[in-house]
Design a protein. Structure first.
Lengths: 44, 535
């Protein structure tokens, strides 16, 4: 029972880490991408 | 299927409630962080409210009474920035922190350290922003919309403003990531997406909006920064730039931002009305789809803020019609709330009173929004007090009353004590009467042609300005009841059981009041979920 609980906890931690990274990358890409795109266009 | 952490392994470092300042500074507990957000929001509400009272003081009579025009413009600019980014958004994040894990049967937010970081960014952001009052040139005075070229004339406060906006944006994005990851991964087994409470749903959609639009604001203010300091000419016509482009970029952020401010209020009203009607919410699924539709439409209406800058007829028609389209899902919501009350066993405790006032008064703000959406009419209303009346009806008896409804609804759960219901009703009635005295006359002033953002006005506008100012002072003073009531509740409220309100459903009401430092250390049972998630 305890082993199953630990397994579920590990799985969940992995899922949380994966989706947090995904969303962080998406947000950072938006955040930096928009700024960089604007600056590159401004430099033309 | 999402599963909750079972804590099968030892977690010694989490097993006690820390004390002293470390509890707050190092906190990774969702309730403590939620409390810090709410206290911060309350503080900012009174600072922003103080600025509003000074504005109304200056406008009590025509002529310049107390402030020079530059300082008056700083007051209007800072009032908006403080209220939007310092009061309302942190209040929502505080409520999300407190309630989302408890409503989903989760032990905490998914990313507790990130949670701590996203809160502690805020005091630094607002120290910068408020500190700008004390630098040469004074606080920013170009309006919260930061339109160039005017905003580029800001003195030493300019980089402080830009950096503060970046910090607020970063805090919001981190908070939004945490909310999405929590909702997607931490739901107790058996809580499918369509069994989640409406408050969680509206926050999920709000979090998506935040991630989509805060970077746009960051890009816009970075371009302002480089125009000011690094010789670019994004928004300077003389260098080939276009100031109108800033308005498009800003409002592509700004209009979804309006829905970021209001959607969680829809969620709270959808929790409160069924509780005090003793009936399930009418049309749960349509509420979810209506919220998602509103969020989608919010991306394609931005230029209704700028009809008078000039745009092709097709553009005017598109933005007019897309704006009017928002009335459809909003109408669905208002209908569903009303239908929930239909033949219900209603009672009128303070959360229900605030939710009902929200329903009536937010709808008034919605109707004046429809008037503003009509292009030829907007040419008359643009930049008048009619616009001020419109968005304050949406944001004060809309958003602020939504927050009040939420706090009065869950305060007994948070503290384990019932507050003074009579005092809360006084707070409600004084707020509701004065908010109308404050903002309703501004419709008349706007229709008569009084422009916004001015410290002085023509004498024919005097009477309604006096009425509005008196309403403002009354509304501001009556808000002092709110912190007193909370203090009194914490100190001497009557202890209550798990379920503060007899008609309340939801997993949070299955926990003790106040909930333990760690809420759901074991996932709720199927029976508890069935009881808590019945829509």
């Amino acid at each position: 029972m305890a082993a199953a609980g630990m397994e579920a906890a590990t799985q969940q931690r992995r899922r949380v880490r994966r989706s947090a990274l995904l969303w962080a990358l998406l947000a950072a890409a938006f955040y930096l991408g928009f700024i960089i795109m604007a600056l590159l266009r401004g430099a033309k | 299927m999402a599963e909750v952490l079972t804590h099968a392994e030892p977690h010694d470092e989490h097993d006690h409630t820390p004390h002293g300042w470390r509890r707050w500074v190092y906190s990774t507990n969702h309730k403590d962080i939620g409390t810090m957000y709410l206290v911060f929001a309350c503080l900012m509400f009174f600072i922003g409210g103080g600025a509003a009272m000074l504005i109304r003081l200056e406008l009590f009579k025509p002529g310049l009474q107390f402030f020079d025009p530059q300082f008056f413009n700083s007051l209007t600019t800072m009032h908006a920035l403080i209220m939007i980014f310092g009061a309302i958004m942190p209040a929502w994040t505080g409520l999300a922190n407190w309630m989302i894990p408890m409503q989903l049967g989760a032990p905490d937010m998914a990313l507790p350290r990130l949670n701590n970081l996203s809160f502690w960014i805020l005091p630094f952001a607002f120290t910068l922003l408020l500190g700008s009052f004390f630098v040469p040139g004074g606080a920013p005075a170009g309006g919260w919309t930061m339109y160039p070229p005017l905003i580029l004339q800001t003195g030493a406060a300019f980089p402080m403003l830009i950096f503060a906006v970046h910090l607020m944006g970063a805090s919001s994005i981190l908070g939004a990531i945490n909310v999405i990851v929590t909702i997607m991964n931490m739901r107790a087994p058996g809580i499918s997406l369509l069994r989640m409470p409406l408050f969680v749903w509206t926050w999920l959609i709000t979090a998506y909006l935040l991630i989509a639009v805060m970077p746009v604001l960051a890009g816009a203010v970075t371009m302002l920064l480089t125009d000011h300091f690094f010789g670019t000419t994004f928004f300077t016509a003389a260098g080939g730039g276009d100031p109108v482009m800033f308005q498009h970029i800003f409002w592509f952020f700004g209009h979804p931002e309006v829905y970021i401010l209001i959607l969680p209020a829809f969620g709270i009203v959808s929790e409160v009305i069924p509780t005090f009607s003793r009936k399930p919410l009418f049309g749960y699924e349509t509420m979810v789809y209506a919220t998602a539709s509103i969020a989608f439409l919010s991306f394609i209406v931005w230029a209704h803020h700028m009809f008078t800058v000039g745009m092709p007829l097709a553009g005017q028609l598109f933005f007019m019609l897309s704006t009017m389209l928002i009335a459809v899902p909003t109408g669905v919501k208002v209908f569903n709330w009303t239908a929930t009350m239909w033949k219900g066993s209603l009672s009128f405790e303070p959360p229900m009173l605030f939710a009902l006032a929200f329903l009536f008064l937010f709808t008034i703000g919605g109707f004046s929004g429809l008037m503003l959406a009509i292009v030829p009419a907007d040419y008359q209303y643009q930049d008048t007090y009619f616009v001020v009346a419109h968005f304050h009806y949406v944001l004060v008896p809309g958003t602020i009353f939504g927050i009040m409804a939420g706090v009065y609804y869950w305060l007994p759960k948070w503290t384990g004590r019932m507050y003074d219901l009579t005092l809360a009703k006084w707070h409600f009635w004084l707020s509701t009467i004065f908010v109308n005295v404050l903002f309703f006359p501004q419709h008349f002033l706007g229709l008569a042609g009084m422009p916004r953002r001015i410290p002085d006005y023509a004498v024919q506008f005097t009477d309604w300005n006096m009425v509005s100012s008196l309403g403002g002072f009354g509304f501001g003073l009556s808000q002092l009841l709110f912190p007193y009531l909370i203090w009194k509740c914490v100190r001497s409220g009557v202890p209550i059981g798990n379920r503060a309100w007899e008609g309340a459903h939801g997993l949070e009401w299955e926990l003790p009041s106040p909930p333990p430092h760690h809420s759901w250390t074991e996932p709720p049972s199927d029976a508890v979920i069935a009881r808590g998630c019945a829509h």
